[in-house]
Unconditional design. Sequence first.
Length: 172
Amino acid sequence: MVKICIEPARSTEDLERVRGLMRTYGVFLASNPAGPVNICLVDYEKELAELPGYYAGPHGVLLLATVDGRDAGCVGFRPAHPILAADADEQACEMKRLWVGDDFRGLGLGRRLAEAGIEWARGAGYNAIYLDTVPAAMADANALYQRLGFERTQRYNDNPVDDLAFYRLRLQ
């Protein structure tokens, strides 16, 4: 039986493990078969060096997934910058860096990470989650977002990458 564990990255060691996963994510984006994608990779090494950075609690979180004790995936949630919110009372966070390593695909780990983050966001008092993505580069992730109830929305940031899609999930 496969043992899957998803926990917040708290220790220095945990953050180093997340850095390793996020570096693999960056390599994937840079060598994507659909063409190189530079989704928010400007100053990426600086972001990694400063972890937890914007993902620090209590308003943010980095989740680390392991499978049978091996680092398998991660996702980050951080407060959304003042954005074009759908309503004035919206308290929003942004989901970033959802990644599952090649060896761990097919276990539903991406969904589990996203769901754990959604529950964290609810508990942290957020009532919406935003994300941006390049559908051509990550078709499976985009299908997952839609299955989880994310809906396409207007641009909410100044990310200069072409062909971005913007999503929003209302939290109940």
